[in-house]
Design a protein around this ligand. Structure first.
Ligand code: ADP
Ligand code: MG
Length: 358
């Protein structure tokens, strides 16, 4: 289920050249603002765009993504909780790729890995062995966000709070901690780069994405209390909607008692295979039920997406012209251009948590 397993499978089985479903006509065309994207791609060079075919492809890509390059920054930091208590639906994959895509369109992004498995940390290639300052120190020991954050080397303007295996114990250790469900909210609110332009200046984070574990325990609860927006990845398959009721009633409980600002603003369909009637049926059902909350862009099932983490990359740098990368880029644009919910991100830095645990 996890990408480690995929990595082994892909390493021996599907080679990058032969992953036929993913070979797109645009291959080699798109240039995101990171250096050396194509260095490790067979047959590709830095100068691919100088060929007429690649230049044409680049234009196709730009046309597809709306022709704009950077998008405007939100007025204040938007904190997204990426949650679904089901495992393997694409939470981590969506978190890291939307984060990387947002940074490619000019946003400043922070990913907080809240899953003890540390899959987001792996994909974003940040150190997360035992002993590395991580979400565990943030939540359990009250460390400051700034002290547990790392800069991604692969992607500009992308910071990461890694998760180490220590986090596995946090669920239990937090039980006896005062205000245990507010820990993450306080840590985020206390960071000087979180808030409005007036509060946090030009270096503020535009997006904080919290990758949750596949459960509704204290870790996920901390995220639901800390966020204003919730992103639910839904895998377009038969059991997709099972368990969503439980998730949504947890959200209602959190809204009623702990975080009235929480809004399920974004549903993203993942691993979508438009050729099957089942997938399109599920997608239709999800759209009927959730309406505008569902991103227009569905993320296709794509080998490139699943093999990227084994190279310590997101698909956004691993194969930026692949359908998965283009879809995540479109999804990021949609998110960035969607109105911020009424309750607004402006309240994020207004918490009483400044200096907590210092
Ligand atoms: P979660 O975080 O919800 O447990 P993951 O993001 O880890 O889910 O995804 C589960 C598995 O599905 C991983 O092996 C991942 O590589 C794979 N996967 C996710 N999205 C896609 C996609 N669009 N195409 C192909 N494989 C995918
Ligand atoms: Mg995950």
């Amino acid at each position: 289920m996890s990408h480690e397993i995929d990595a082994a499978g892909d390493g021996s089985g599907v080679s990058r050249e032969t992953a036929g479903e993913d070979v797109s006509r645009e291959t080699g065309g798109y240039r995101p603002p990171t250096a050396g994207d194509f260095d490790n791609r067979p047959g590709a060079t830095q100068f691919d765009r100088q060929t007429p075919l690649a230049e044409a492809a680049h234009h196709t890509v730009l046309a597809r993504s709306g022709g704009q390059e950077p998008v405007s920054r939100p007025a204040a930091t938007r904190v997204f909780v990426v949650a679904n208590q089901k495992g393997g639906v694409g939470k981590t994959t969506s978190t890291v790729n939307i984060a990387a895509a947002l940074s490619q369109i000019g946003q400043r992004v922070l990913v907080i890995d809240l899953d003890p498995q540390g899959n987001a940390s792996t994909a974003l290639d940040v150190a997360h062995h035992q002993g590395v300052p991580s979400t565990y120190e943030l939540l359990v020991e009250g460390a400051a966000l700034a002290d547990v954050m790392q800069q991604s080397e692969e992607t500009v303007n992308l910071s990461v709070v890694p998760a180490t295996i220590d986090l596995a114990g946090a669920e239990i250790e937090l039980v006896s901690v005062v205000a245990r469900e507010n820990r993450l909210k306080k840590a985020i609110a206390a960071h000087p780069q979180v808030g409005t332009e007036a509060e946090a200046g030009p270096d503020r984070f535009d997006y904080v994405l919290i990758d949750c574990p596949p459960s509704l325990g204290l870790l996920t609860l901390n995220a639901l209390v800390a966020g204003q927006e919730m992103m639910i990845p839904i895998q377009a398959e038969y059991y997709a909607l099972e368990g969503l009721g439980q998730l949504l009633s947890t959200v209602e409980m959190v809204k009623a008692h702990l975080n009235p600002d929480l809004d399920v603003s974004t549903i993203v369909l993942t691993m979508y295979d438009g050729r099957t009637r089942l997938a399109s049926g599920v997608a239709e059902e999800v759209r009927e039920h959730f309406g505008d909350q569902v991103l227009r862009t569905a993320i296709p099932r794509s080998v490139r997406v699943s093999e990227a983490p084994s190279y310590g990359q997101t698909v956004m740098t691993y194969d930026p012209a692949s359908p998965g990368a283009l879809s995540y880029l479109d999804a990021a644009r949609e998110i960035a251009s969607k109105a911020v919910p009424e309750s607004g991100a402006a309240s994020v830095a207004a918490g009483d948590g400044r200096g907590e645990g210092q």
